[in-house]
Design a protein around this ligand. Structure first.
Ligand SMILES: [Mg+2]
Length: 275
């Protein structure tokens, strides 16, 4: 999704495939049929149901924000230098706002992202992730600012996203505190901007790229190794929320070639599962 994915142009991908004649796994390219997209969409049924219905999902969200609250309390109990005001950085999609109704709709229609994303985003009706609103209000109460760094498009999504956050009563839902995507999906320059003026206590997200460049564009094994290497940061500076529907974890399966056809995605998933 635009909020997370760095989509390569489909034209680029088509050219690449036609030039090499190879698919990303080195196998012959799969040509999509009319049933591939609905089949791909159907594979999201269980993960979508889990995010929609599982008490365990809600519990994990509360756990994440409870950890975040502990970290804020911990930082505020230290001797405070007054050089910079304190801040927390949060992602938006599947971190503070839930897009489960959008993903349910994709399954119903046999479609895949980004179909209908812009329309959904501009409806500004996404609900809050369990625990998110309470935590961010608590942060404000303790004098900690909130910055929202998201890969929603700044042109298509800024007003709608502010409206959505305001509607849900999220604090700091204004232009100064929303750093959406203009060109690059790399969030590091936006994190750096916040760090210039604030001391960032913690970062909260559902995607490893919400935390550090160290996880970016890495194949699956290296990505997992980077997580293990940074293990002491999770639950402290990095607070992660569960998202089994989408994310860079999925992109890593396709070597981040987001323009890959539905047929090829189905094939790669099956191949990796069989390994
Ligand atoms: Mg997200």
């Amino acid at each position: 999704m635009a909020c997370v994915y760095s989509m390569r142009s489909s034209l680029f991908w088509m050219m690449l495939v036609s030039l090499t004649g190879l698919a990303i796994t080195g196998c012959a390219t799969s040509v999509s049929t009319t049933t591939d997209k609905p089949r791909l969409a159907q594979q999201s049924v269980l993960s979508t149901l889990w995010m929609d219905r599982a008490g365990e999902y809600r519990a994990l969200c509360h756990q994440a924000f409870n950890m975040a609250k502990l970290q804020v309390d911990r930082r505020l109990s230290y001797h405070r230098t007054l050089e910079k005001p304190l801040a927390v950085i949060v992602d938006i999609d599947e971190t503070v706002l839930s897009n489960v109704p959008y993903f349910s709709q994709l399954i119903d229609k046999g479609e895949v992202f980004p179909r209908g994303w812009k329309v959904w985003m501009q409806m500004s009706t996404a609900q809050a992730i369990p625990g998110a609103l309470e935590f961010l209000k608590y942060a404000r109460f303790r004098g900690v600012e909130v910055f929202y760094i998201s890969n929603r498009s700044i042109n298509e999504g800024l007003t709608a996203t502010i409206n959505n956050l305001v509607k849900m009563d999220f604090p700091f839902a204004d232009q100064r505190h929303l750093l959406l995507k203009s060109k690059s999906g790399n969030k590091q320059p936006r994190r750096d901007r916040v760090e210039q003026t604030h001391e960032v206590i913690l970062l909260i997200g559902d995607n490893l790229n919400d935390f550090s460049l160290i996880f970016s564009d890495k194949p699956v094994v290296q990505r997992n190794n980077a997580v293990d290497m940074m293990s002491s940061e999770f639950g402290k500076r990095f607070i992660i929320l569960p998202n089994p529907i989408y994310g860079d974890w999925e992109g890593a399966l396709y070597d981040y070639q987001w323009g890959t056809s539905s047929a090829q995605k189905l094939k790669v998933r099956q191949q990796l599962y069989n390994q």
